[in-house]
Design a binder for this molecule. Structure first.
Ligand code: ATR
Length: 276
């Protein structure tokens, strides 16, 4: 049963540019309703040049929490009062909590990587091939490193990958070295290869995948990517971008509300929204 939205409701926002595609409001509003919480989440398109003004607005309006998406995950860090140490190590914030006017930045993207993996295996001593060197790769590096896995970054541009690898003390290979992938236990795709509308592409060929591996796709639109279809045909275990989005959102919900997230309700609305 949903509580009526009223002048007492706590307001949350997803901010980004673009933002209209974001599934966060649907997911969080379904979760508030399931828990009978007097919260509501909307979305605000915030251009890069206006982020500082937007944050003044967050303070002035007493917005309770933010879900932060591209391109603001790094630049928002300078506009907050406190940064959680994990978010500081990752170098990105995807969640802001406003506690009595003190804005604190957190990162739950790494939890979105860790939780689905933990359900399948322990990461200790595992060899992880991380495809990509962008924002999602940073969260994956932290998640894997914190659990004692050893990571190799595979990326198209070696320059960008080397900067990231130096920060996390891991090694780098070119993305086309797919013949090396057989030696890895876990493959995590954080590149945008396979994302709509270019859904007929995979960052690695089917021949590079083995049935003993876990393949983690971070793309959630479409839910079933070519990489996941290749992995299933190879007999590998798979984790979808929907699993990751759900877990980062569940941790974010808990930070905003202090209440344990109703995962089943959140997953249901995500599956419906993504046609999965
Ligand atoms: P995010 O923050 O979502 O991780 P990003 O920072 O734009 O996104 O990073 C995108 C990643 O996808 C990068 O690793 C990028 O490789 P480069 O560093 O070489 O640019 C990778 N990527 C994007 N398009 C690609 C393509 N067509 N082939 C291979 N890699 C690609």
């Amino acid at each position: 049963m949903q509580l009526e939205i009223s002048a007492h409701s706590s307001l949350c926002l997803v901010i980004g540019d673009p933002v209209s595609h974001s599934l966060s409001p649907a997911m969080h509003n379904a979760a508030y309703a399931a828990c009978c919480l007097p919260f509501v989440m909307g979305g605000a398109q915030v251009r890069s040049g206006t982020l500082a003004d937007a944050m003044k607005g967050v303070r002035a309006l007493g917005i309770r929490g933010l879900a932060v998406t591209m391109p603001h995950k790094v630049s928002i860090m300078d506009l907050l009062d406190e940064i959680d140490p994990t978010a500081a190590t990752i170098g990105a914030v995807n969640t802001v909590v406003n506690n009595g006017g003190i804005l604190t930045g957190f990162n739950t993207d790494w939890i979105g990587i860790l939780r689905p993996l933990e359900k399948l295996t322990s990461l200790r001593g595992k060899k992880v091939a991380l495809l990509g060197a962008g924002g999602a790769a940073q969260a994956a590096l932290y998640a894997c490193g914190s659990q004692g896995a050893s990571v190799t970054i595979f990326n198209r541009s070696l320059e960008k990958a080397t900067t990231l690898a130096d920060r996390f003390n891991v090694s780098v290979l070119p993305l086309e070295k797919t013949d090396e992938l057989a030696a890895f236990d876990i493959i995590i795709n954080t590149t945008s290869v396979g994302m709509a509308p270019e859904i007929d592409a995979s960052p690695v060929p089917e021949s590079a995948l083995r049935r003993e591996q876990i393949v983690f796709e971070t793309i959630y639109a479409p839910v079933s990517t070519k990489l996941l279809r290749f992995s299933q045909r190879a007999g590998a275990s798979t984790i979808t971008g929907l699993d990751m989005f759900l877990e980062q959102g569940a941790a974010q919900f808990h930070l905003h509300t202090g209440v344990k997230a109703p995962r089943d309700e959140m997953e249901k609305i995500l599956r419906r929204s993504l046609g999965a």
